[in-house]
Design a protein around this ligand. Structure first.
Ligand SMILES: [Zn+2]
Length: 413
């Protein structure tokens, strides 16, 4: 194992490093995917991380959603921006994010927004951006396909006449990817692939986070103002549970005005997003925070905060039973955008992928359209946005069944 090394010399050592991270993720009970950032010029490992989407709860000992966007690669990009200045890190184009598994739409969009080189070991035929192994990136908008071809690399694997042909692959991808001229062993490819497949089955059997159906919930707005549930949400969004829309599926002009106000409160924000619970309570409403990083969009802020606060409450033995009865899975809520996102922007690929990860599975059929917007995109068209969604990998189109629709009360109808 090369997992303790701080300098690595070839693709196989890189694969061992990230496979070790995937093993830690498997032990935690989450999706077994690992990644690291390598400096191209030196082979130095700058940071290694693993998937943290799910974590065990101390209250129930069950696995529960911690942050649906906490995939290894997405976390590495956020870590990079949080530490870039203090650690004097090189620019993303001088670095390679190595990952055990082909990035999903969210992670691919995140990595393209930031401009990292990306090295991949195993293919993911459900959610991976190269799910069909064409290496053409037809699931990305046309303006990003050539960028992805130059930034992403799929390591050569295995040896002809020695390994099973399914574990033998030539390198395909960009020329600036670290160690693009060396070979990952068939064992490491097999390890990265099979540990992930096993973890998907384990998650399916052990995760407890399906959330109560809206008809079984009680309204959190009726809790006293000093309740821990309201307090934790108001720490990040002081107006939490103060505005209530009569029907959470029909966002109205009060919400539109709130979204405009929230967007305008952050100078360089292009968008704001609100999350409504099944009672129509505005639980969270945030703008883009590009001052933090170019990948910290309004939607990411909202979905990450909701999941993390819900996890914290579910992990508290004083309050978790009340939490389970008042806060449900976000698939039963409604995410409302002020502006539909620009279909040609890699951050839109990230955001739509993050929405799919937030759903974790099919949208409840009681109301499938829980991603809504008021204004058409400021750049690009809504037709281009719909076509982007329709071309996404099978997880998003067949399992989660992503869609986006305009609110019933939009000013630009
Ligand atoms: Zn991902």
């Amino acid at each position: 194992m090369c997992n303790k090394k701080s300098i690595i010399n070839n693709a196989n050592e890189a694969a061992s490093t990230v496979l070790f991270q995937a093993m830690i993720a498997a032990n935690q009970g989450t999706f077994a995917v690992g990644g690291c950032i390598i400096e191209n010029s030196s082979g130095r490992i700058i940071k290694a991380m693993h998937n943290n989407a799910l974590k065990p709860l101390s209250t129930t000992n069950k696995i529960f959603t911690f942050d649906p966007t906490a995939h290894g690669e997405r976390q590495l990009v956020s870590w990079y921006y949080a530490n870039k200045t203090s650690l004097s890190l090189p620019e993303p184009k001088e670095l390679t994010v190595v990952t055990t598994l082909d990035p999903c739409a969210m992670c691919a969009g995140t990595l393209l927004t930031a401009g990292f080189n990306v090295a991949v070991v195993a293919i993911d035929d459900l959610a991976g951006i190269n799910y069909n192994k064409s290496f053409l990136f037809k699931d990305l908008p046309s303006n990003l396909q050539n960028l992805a071809k130059s930034k992403f690399g799929y390591y050569a694997c295995g040896y002809k006449n020695q390994d099973l042909s399914i574990y033998v692959r030539e390198y395909i991808g960009g020329t600036d990817v670290a160690f693009s001229n060396s070979i990952v062993s068939a064992e490491n490819l097999m390890g990265c692939s099979s540990i992930f497949q096993a973890s998907v089955n384990a998650v399916r059997n052990n995760s407890s986070d399906s959330g109560l159906k809206p008809s079984l919930l009680s309204n959190p707005a009726n809790l006293p103002d000093d309740s821990l549930i309201k307090t934790l949400f108001r720490k990040v969004y002081p107006e939490a549970f103060k505005l209530s829309i009569p029907n959470n599926r029909l966002p109205n002009t009060d919400l539109y005005n709130l979204l405009v106000k929230v967007k305008n409160s952050v100078p360089d924000a292009k968008n704001a997003v609100a999350f409504l619970d099944p009672f129509g309570n505005v639980v969270l409403c945030f703008a883009d925070t590009f001052g933090v990083s170019p990948v910290q969009t309004a939607f990411m802020n909202v979905t990450q905060s909701y999941a993390k606060i819900r996890y914290e409450l579910m992990n508290d033995k004083e309050i978790y039973e009340k939490t389970a009865k008042t806060l449900t899975h976000p698939k039963y809520g409604t995410f409302v955008f002020l502006n539909a996102p620009n279909p040609a922007d890699p951050a839109t690929v990230m955001m739509l992928g993050a929405y799919g990860s937030t759903l974790e599975g099919p949208v409840p059929q009681i109301f499938p359209a829980n991603l809504q917007y008021y204004n058409h995109p400021e750049e690009g068209t809504i037709e281009e946005l719909s076509s982007l969604i329709m071309n996404f990998p099978p997880f998003y189109t067949q399992l989660a069944q992503l869609s986006i629709m305009q609110t019933a009360t939009s000013p630009n109808k």
